[in-house]
Design a protein around this ligand. Sequence first.
Ligand SMILES: Nc1ncnc2c1ncn2[C@@H]1O[C@H](COP(=O)(O)OP(=O)(O)OP(=O)(O)O)[C@@H](O)[C@H]1O
Length: 339
Amino acid sequence: MKEGNIIEPLVEVKGLTIEFPVRSGLLRAVNEADFVIPKGKITALVGESGSGKSTMASAIMRAITVPGLVSGGSITFDGRDVMSLGKKELQAYKWEQVSMVFQAAQNALNPVVRIKEQIMETFLAHARSKPYTEKQMTERARNLLDYVRLDPDRVLNSFPHELSGGMKQRVMIAFSLLLDPKLVILDEPTTALDVITQAYIFDILKKIHKEMNITMLLLTHDIGVVAKTADRVGVMYAGNVVEAGDVFDMFKRPKHPYTAKLMKAVPSLYEDVSERKGIPGSPPDLLDMPPGCPFHPRCDYAHDKCRKHNPIKVYTPAGHEVACHLYPNPESVAEVRTS
Ligand SMILES: Nc1ncnc2c1ncn2[C@@H]1O[C@H](COP(=O)(O)OP(=O)(O)OP(=O)(O)O)[C@@H](O)[C@H]1O
């Protein structure tokens, strides 16, 4: 999304708040967050552990479970209000509109059931808008396994323990594509895999995105992966999306001081780890948030206003958005871009 391009949203999150009751109070995992996932792009969501990435993604999938509560805001998917979907609509929404590969998803495979039966079960449980014959289901499964560079004959007849971690993760990616969803959410899709397998899986994901024209949301800690894979990136801090924009812009001239530090801090699959510096301090306690901007205790630019008032997000016409007192209006974002 270069300057002047208009973003066509597939998903629009507005003012989303998600809370979990915990022993010491009510924990706000997502705090009035706004976020857009553009159609036909790969969007990455980055941020330190606990910043709310998985919680926001689960809400998009309508997968927040009790006692978690969406206590405010809205989520729109292709123009439809996700929060008000009824039971039947929800069954058709999950898998057919949006699917999710959860963190360490390969562990979700049933160890005592062959992959073929697990795939059939998924089809039968989730195919709502169109019935499939067994022949069609097997054909689709074979094509997708082949697509993720697995041998369909071998994999369909295997039990999960007969496959490596990387193979199981590719099976889970094939699962997520079974019902041809518009959006696939991938939560740390390569955690616990070796570096070569990780790079291989990202290659496959890029191919799927390009050839099947599937919109993707990638949750990751790995900034190098973001640079190589994503078109757009959102940065989460303490439950909020503090900056989002075109990946090239964000890397070249990050606006939010947190984004700038994050870009330098996080070790990557693709870069020399010795070059990386951690971000001093730690994210705030979500049960005891500081007043003002949640990042101010760690920010080199913090001034009085930052300690008192949470900044309001500003949006540039080119689709860059940032919540920081350094940028009081869209023009100020543009000014810094060209200085
Ligand atoms: N079911 C739950 N019950 C209580 N607290 C929860 C629950 N799920 C998430 N949280 C809390 O919400 C906050 C955000 O967690 P979340 O998993 O969304 O962050 P994340 O950015 O995805 O982190 P990671 O990168 O480590 O997965 C954390 O403080 C977490 O402990």
